[in-house]
Design a protein around this ligand. Structure first.
Ligand SMILES: Cc1cc2nc3c(=O)[nH]c(=O)nc-3n(C[C@H](O)[C@H](O)[C@H](O)COP(=O)(O)OP(=O)(O)OC[C@H]3O[C@@H](n4cnc5c(N)ncnc54)[C@H](O)[C@@H]3O)c2cc1C
Length: 769
């Protein structure tokens, strides 16, 4: 019998987390260290300034000052030092186009360091900002953090000169300015494969101080902490390669740490907008860590063992860094809204404590803000927010960096350091919650998931290799089949960073790419599109992107929802999919679609319920992709589904073998009745031992016997009703319109724009009018 309570309990369990006061802990940790007196003052001034700036930023965001709000994420990235000069320049060019000088000055003033303000100033200068507009900023040249070179650059920029007309910070430094260079912009130490200008420390790092001769190589802080999160791999791992290079250079060691702090990774599934990983994903994470830990120790020695600790993140990182003698923390970035803000906050706390922090792009092909759609140029490129315009820009952007090899060697200590609070085994983090029956028996819902997969990096690479040599050429013809013989089943590996998306993308191109399968070549870019959408609609997990669909009437029927979740709807294809999902954490895409359409279009149950269930039960549960697909299924997404997916369709499972393998009650039924057993004659049912009902071994009656077309019409009419109430969101052709988020297009930001709308809905609306 299926046990559904386990994972639901885990997720519905709303544990509000009270943050410790990391600032004071960080400060204590730092102040107890070796920082000279003058630096303490410097740091405390900077902390105060940061506090004020953070407050102003919060105020500005609360006031929802137009363009400023949508650039929040870029600001955070820039403050972390993670936005390249090129992207920054592009953002400001857009701000200029949008005639948003206030935005420019607001953002510039928010920058905590003089050097960052300078970088903005120069970016604006390069983007053609008129000198007059810069005046308020140039008055800040008196900031004590500015070097004479900075001042010269400000003045040059403000008077219309370009940055090249004044000596670079590096040049001035060599000319004897006394090592006061703290911009970190001329970073010559980036390893191959890491885009130049990408990682930039916010403050003068220990590494930079060391370079000035104040801390010698091999000093107590020469080590690097590698913070594992969603990147459980050794191949093509930019943060790991950079950490290895830095540690080697400094004569320090790398220490690996994984911290469980789910409350900091997202909200509660029931109430939040950016959910923490679901139950099935936590099982995957646990196994992925076990396997990576084995690989690390086998390859590089026992000192490469992963240290497991509970959060809060800052507190744990500071404790491990102190014990490991690390002065720097390296990580690959994450992109879900809650994670972005957590990472920004933790980074800030580490920087305040005097640590160097560097982050890298290792999860996606490109940063979401890099893709700015060319809309409004007068040329048709496809509907806004769908794959075509995205691909168009994607392909024009600079070539992706080549995947990095697995490091041959890593500088690790003879043994991992002893750190207070570190637990012996990943299971001790108790990420996976297993409920108990009243008699004390543990309900281990996770066992079938663990059995179903080889959750390891080598497992991922083997699957990819096999697919490239045998599967790619079959993909186009067989990708719709439920039994998944023609697809990769790599989604969970990619989601958890066990397989690099860039490697999958590069290998696809190298092994035949578009020639063998145009569709597959685009699949992994589609994933980036989902993250692009999440970047621009950060609450899309719970709020319709077509926000006028918000009040749509949905059926509230807990019984029907439960039947769907348990795979007991009476529709064998849907039930097969939902049971496979529960037992293995995965379904092939067309079956996900059949199950999703059944819930939203036929049962008329809100897509959020389905999305939540998938998030909790999929091993590849991904906030961005899952939200995008469920929004589309629920018709409120940018690419609402424009096809009919009948639960009785035979195309995904022509010979019924998929149904037979997941719905054992029907296994003896002749194939021709497998998709619609209610049509089987009595004698066929008897011969196959099939009976209908709720009992054990019986197959359930259908939860709805209404004609499918009638059910779909009810759903379409509820959409027509919300559309009729929002005429301002419908254009003259009957298409829905959305407000284009700032930074998403070259020309139409802030404007209302037509998006793809099914012709049935357009017709229905005019017939109701
Ligand atoms: C309702 C619904 C919810 C979904 N939720 C998720 C989810 O939470 N996580 C998830 O990874 N996929 C999700 N998908 C997308 C898709 O179904 C899976 O990515 C795919 O089935 C995984 O199987 P595969 O690895 O064999 O894919 P393949 O067909 O082999 O594709 C290769 C890779 O491309 C990417 N990809 C494929 N399809 C999509 C897509 N539609 N959007 C974005 N990237 C894609 C995945 O990384 C996948 O591993 C969802 C689809 C639907 C219809």
């Amino acid at each position: 019998m299926l046990q559904l309570t386990g994972r639901l309990c885990h997720c519905a369990h709303s544990y509000r987390h009270t943050m410790a006061t990391p600032r004071s802990r960080a400060s204590r940790a730092r102040l107890s260290g070796q920082i000279p007196r003058a630096s303490k003052q410097e740091y405390s001034d900077a902390s105060e300034r940061n506090r004020q700036l953070a407050q102003r930023m919060r105020d500005a965001l609360a006031a929802n000052t137009g363009a400023f709000r949508s650039l929040k994420q870029d600001t955070v990235l820039f403050r972390q030092g993670d936005l390249s000069a090129g992207s920054l320049q592009q953002r400001f060019a857009l701000a200029l186009e949008a005639e948003a000088p206030d935005l420019f000055l607001e953002l510039a003033e928010l920058m905590p360091s003089a050097q960052q303000r300078l970088a903005l100033l120069e970016a604006a200068q390069q983007a053609g900002w008129r000198a007059a507009s810069m005046k308020p900023l140039s008055t800040q040249a008196e900031d004590p953090g500015w070097t004479p070179v900075d001042r010269a650059r400000v003045q040059a920029a403000a008077s219309g000169l370009t940055a090249e007309d004044v000596p670079s910070v590096g040049q001035e430094d060599q000319a004897g300015e006394g090592g006061n260079n703290s911009s970190g912009q001329n970073d010559a130490e980036l390893p191959a494969g890491v885009q130049e200008g990408e990682p930039r420390p916010l403050k003068r790092s220990r590494r930079e101080r060391k370079a000035e001769g104040k801390e010698g190589a091999g000093s107590k802080d020469a080590g690097v902490l590698y913070w594992l999160r969603q990147d459980f791999r050794l191949h093509d791992n930019p943060a790991l390669s950079a950490a290895a290079q830095a540690a080697k250079k400094q004569g320090g060691k790398i220490t690996f740490v994984y911290i469980a702090s789910p409350e900091e990774d997202g909200d509660d599934l029931e109430t939040g907008t950016s959910w923490r990983p679901g139950g099935a994903c936590l099982v995957w994470i646990e196994e992925a860590l076990r396997s990576l830990d084995r690989d690390l120790q086998q390859r590089y020695g026992p000192g490469a063992a992963i240290l497991y600790r509970r959060g809060p993140y800052s507190e744990a990182l500071l404790a491990v860094a102190a014990a490991a003698g690390a002065g720097a923390v390296y990580y690959n970035r994450r992109y879900e809204p809650a994670m972005v803000s957590t990472d920004a906050r933790v980074t800030e706390q580490l920087l305040e404590a005097g640590y160097e922090v560097r982050s890298y792009s290792g999860l996606l092909l490109r940063e979401p803000s890099e893709v700015v759609l060319e809309m409004g140029t007068g040329r048709w490129v496809g509907h806004f927010g769908t794959l075509s315009p995205f691909l168009r820009v994607f392909d024009k952007l600079p070539t992706l960096p080549k995947p990095l090899p697995t490091p041959q060697s890593l500088p690790v200590a003879d043994r991992a350091p002893a750190v207070p609070g570190v637990v012996a085994d990943v299971a001790d983090l108790r990420m996976v919650r297993l409920p108990k029956r009243p008699n004390g028996e543990v309900i281990d819902w996770s066992a079938p998931l663990r059995d179903a997969w080889d959750i390891s990096e080598s497992g991922a690479l083997n699957i990819m290799e096999q697919f490239m040599s045998e599967g790619l050429k079959e993909y186009e013809a067989g990708r719709h089949l439920a039994d998944a013989r023609a697809v990769t089943k790599l989604s969970a590996y990619v989601h958890h960073g066990q397989l690099s998306a860039r490697l999958l993308h590069a290998e696809t191109a190298r092994r035949g790419g578009k020639k063998l399968s145009k569709t597959f070549s685009r699949r992994i870019i589609w994933r980036d599109l989902a993250y692009w959408q999440l970047h621009h609609w950060p609450d899309m997990a719970v709020k319709p992107i077509r926000n006028h669909y918000e009040g749509q009437a949905w059926r509230e029927d807990a019984g029907m929802l439960k039947a769907w979740q348990k795979g007991r709807t009476g529709y064998p294809l849907v039930d097969a999919g939902m049971r496979q999902l529960w037992l293995t954490g995965w379904m092939q895409q067309s079956i996900r679609m059949v199950c999703a359409a059944f819930l939203t279009e036929y049962l008329n149950i809100h897509w959020i319920h389905g999305e939540r269930w998938f998030h909790d039960t999929l091993v590849d549960g991904d906030l961005a992709i899952n939200s995008m697909m469920w929004q589309n299924a629920g018709k409120s997404g940018l690419d609402q589904w424009n096809f009919t997916l009948l639960p009785t369709s035979t195309s995904q499972d022509p010979n019924g073998s998929y149904i037979a393998s997941w719905v054992p009650e029907l296994v003896k039924l002749p194939k021709k009745y497998l998709h619609m057993p209610w049509k089987a004659p009595e004698d066929a049912l008897n011969a196959a031992g099939v009976s209908f009902g709720p009992g054990e071994g019986q197959y359930p009656h259908r939860i709805t016997t209404e004609v499918m077309q009638e059910l779909r019409r009810a759903n379409a009419e509820s959409i027509a009703a919300v559309r009729a109430k929002a005429p301002e969101c419908i254009d003259e052709g009957g298409y829905d319109m959305v407000t284009v988020p700032e930074g998403s297009t070259t020309k139409l930001d802030g404007k209302r724009m037509r998006i793809f709308t099914k012709s049935d809905y357009r017709k229905l609306l005019s017939s109701l009018a």
